[in-house]
Design a protein. Structure first.
Length: 176
């Protein structure tokens, strides 16, 4: 019974036309993932593409290349993750994400993904008059990005609180 279930799942992924012939993908999403700054290709980056539902995932090859073939036009989201390049230090948080459309007029998306290692920010908050450290001050970093031509601003890190000496340290931040 398990074998039959696996066979049905495999046929569903490949896509079969109503005539019983295997449907060939009409649209392609391809690209390369490189190290920001050096331009060196990055191997084993988890790349996923998602029109809706569960994303399809794969890992980049030795040259940093990836390629997906899909049967449907529409709005897609491509995500790239690599633990050592992730701001949170673990693979669960998205580092690079891109939204794009595929259509009969634009059946292929060629993408160039550039990942940078995370940075940290350290500082000290002092009272402007007394010059004494401010303990318990809340510090938050915001990032800006573009989505569909509009600027989106969102917090990058949880709120950090200064120590007794007024010092704060935030790590896992994207460069910039």
């Amino acid at each position: 019974m398990m074998r039959a279930g696996m066979m049905l799942a495999a046929v569903g992924l490949l896509g079969v036309s109503s005539s019983g012939q295997e449907a060939s993908p009409l649209y392609e999403i391809r690209g390369v993932v490189v190290e920001s700054g050096s331009g060196q290709p990055l191997e084993d980056v988890e790349v996923s593409v998602q029109p809706s539902g569960n994303p399809e995932k794969l890992a980049t090859d030795l040259t940093g290349a990836f390629r997906f073939r899909v049967n449907e036009p529409g709005r897609y989201v491509l995500t790239a993750r690599k633990p050592s390049y992730d701001p949170s230090g673990h693979a669960a948080k998205v580092y690079w994400q891109y939204h794009f459309d595929l259509s009969k007029e634009k059946p292929r998306a060629d993408l160039h993904v550039s990942l940078a290692r995370p940075c940290s920010l350290t500082g000290r908050i002092v009272d402007s008059e007394s010059k004494k450290p401010v303990a318990g001050a809340s510090v938050r970093v915001y990032g800006a990005g573009f989505l569909d031509g509009a600027v989106h601003i969102s917090p990058l890190d949880p709120v950090n609180t200064t120590k007794a000496d007024g010092v704060f340290r935030m790590s896992g931040l994207p460069p910039g």
